[in-house]
Design a protein. Structure first.
Ligand SMILES: *Cc1c(COP(=O)(O)O)cnc(C)c1O
Length: 375
């Protein structure tokens, strides 16, 4: 397609790619629906029934804009996290907040550091604002704090991104190790701590960072453990000056009333969160058992998904994934070597995982046969 006129030089230079192909696009292309949707780390266990009720109750009032200050939700979040409301900005998921943060801090040519194979939406935003991405390798399927800091010094980074727990490998570091990174940052560099899965991780995984510390911003979401990915609610915790700066660029009416009401109710329902944690733990164990039954190696997970090492390389894992897709199972896999020897399976219902148990041995046998055949 020709580049349309009127784009800024920066946008005209950007690749015309979509960072994620959604399962809906795959379903349209295949002409049929997936039988198991266990690829996007959504929570099949759903939102809290109290959140559903609150969203239903809010629906008739949807003719009203939401509160542009997200007052009630910010106050409830502050109470929960032991900070002040001026430490918290609410936005359209972590994805939306990452875009705003990059816009606020990354000029054309600014240097940014992340891990090779880590969460791609962050990279998408950095590219979108003309930043230069520097990537360090994973170490033992973990993001590598020391390598991230070393590269940040080398390039004079504005931002260093780390997800803890990590997506796509499901690994995690103790929160104290993440907090210790602050003392190793170069000057004028912000540590972006993505804690999308932290509610599902072992105790002690959340980074013990002072909310007023200007060297870090922590991001959380209602999309994963709270089961509200379609509502688009995330928040960031940071020093008031940085948090207030979001007001200069954010979409003030970006949060809908239904989402605000749902998130508020979900936050209060700690029993539901405990229920989801138990469901997730059981599903992780089941995915691991299904993988082992096929002779594959499940990686330890602190999230609602399991990376399954298919034992060879990206080509084999891609073939296994294609076999699952052909059998109506939506899963995904890491994008770069050596992580791409794995497929990534999100926690599913019992029925979802029954389908996986039936499909995986077939997909694997097919993939191995194709890999052994002469090209
Ligand atoms: C799923 C995910 C997100 C996206 O969160 P939203 O709040 O839905 O935008 C962010 N970071 C990581 C690491 C994720 O896996």
């Amino acid at each position: 397609m020709p580049t349309p006129p009127l784009l800024t030089p920066l946008v005209a230079r950007l690749p015309a790619t979509v960072p994620f192909v959604g399962p809906e696009a795959q379903e349209r292309a295949a002409g049929r629906a997936f039988r198991a949707r266990i690829g996007a780390n959504e929570s099949v266990f759903g939102p809290s029934p109290a959140a559903v009720a609150a969203m239903q109750a809010a629906a008739a009032g949807v003719w009203m804009y939401g509160d542009p200050e997200n007052h009630d939700l910010r106050h409830a979040l502050a109470a929960r996290h032991g900070c002040r409301p001026d430490n918290i900005v609410v936005g359209e998921g972590i994805d939306g907040l990452l875009g705003l943060l990059v816009r606020m801090t990354v000029a054309e040519g600014s240097n940014v550091v992340t891990s090779d194979g880590a969460y791609p939406t962050f990279n998408f935003h950095v590219a979108g604002f003309g930043g230069l991405l520097h990537k360090v390798p994973y170490r033992g399927d973990h993001e590598d704090p020391n390598a991230l800091l070393a590269r940040a010094h080398e390039v004079g980074a504005r931002l260093v991104y780390i997800a803890n727990p990590d997506n796509p490998m499901g690994s995690h570091h103790p929160g104290a190790m993440i907090a210790a990174m602050l003392d190793g940052l170069p000057p004028d560099c912000l540590l972006v701590i993505d804690e999308a899965y932290v509610e599902l991780a072992p105790e002690g995984t959340a980074a013990p960072v002072d909310p007023d510390d200007p060297r870090a911003i922590r991001m959380r979401t209602f999309s994963k453990a709270h089961g509200m990915a379609g509502a688009r609610v995330g928040f960031a915790v940071g020093a008031p000056a940085l948090i207030a700066a979001f007001d200069r660029v954010r979409n003030h009416f970006g949060m809908g009333r239904i989402s605000q009401a749902g998130a508020l109710a979900a936050l209060a329902d700690t029993d539901w969160l405990a229920h989801v944690r138990a469901e997730v733990a059981a599903a992780r164990d089941r995915i691991a058992a299904i993988a082992r039954a096929s002779g594959l190696t499940p990686l330890p997970s602190a999230t609602n998904f399991v990376a399954v090492d298919c034992g060879r390389d990206g080509a084999l894992a891609r073939a296994v994934l294609a076999g699952l897709t052909a059998r109506g199972i939506f899963a995904r896999m890491p994008g770069v070597a050596p992580l791409d020897r794995c497929i990534r399976v999100s926690c599913g219902t019992g029925a979802d995982l029954d389908l996986l148990a039936a499909a995986l041995p077939e997909a694997l046998a097919e993939a191995r046969k194709a890999a052994a055949a002469p090209a």
